[in-house]
Write a protein that binds this ligand. Sequence first.
Ligand code: FE2
Length: 213
Amino acid sequence: MKMDTKNIVNLNLKKDQKVLNFSDFQKQSIKFDITKLQEAYNQIIQTKKFDDGGGISHFGAICLTRIPGDPESVKGHKARGLYWTKPDKSGKEVVRDVNIDESAYSEFVPDYENTYFKEVFDVLSSKYKLGRVRILLKEPRSTLSWHRDPEPRLHIPIITNPGCLMVIDNVARHMPADGSVWITNNTKYHNAFNGGEENRIHLVACVLDYKFN
Ligand SMILES: [Fe+2]
């Protein structure tokens, strides 16, 4: 029988165009207890306020690690850190904020040692070389800038809603708050938005030894 190869090729092309590639969102093989994560979060916000990263709207950070003995290393611009963005119609990339020596953030902040986050930190740091570990707040109906970071990021969603998505390049994904751990390729241009009406809370760690192909 004679094959109509022209039609087969066309079908494959259409199929390829429909398949999304989620390889910049990598779910890890470890999982934590989501109830304990939410309890730990509720525990720390009794006494700690989110830092606004030097005046960033709809954003907040609580650093769980710091430069040993240096309480200033978790405040203001150091709670955010260096990134690149394309802020205007020229499409030209600019660099923002301060450079961070991520590997210096080796000390778990003593105030949180009696929370489940210490256990989570110990497990994560036995598996990955971590930089800053932060609890990040994204307020309702808000977005980050379109930007790229110096290194990949590890995410553990703690509180989320269906309208919370992270976009990397042209691919968007919701990460559920079920104790799962994700590593996302933040070295590509990305964004995260919260289209819901409640805060989005993630534990986010800088990962210094993870390579995306
Ligand atoms: Fe980022």
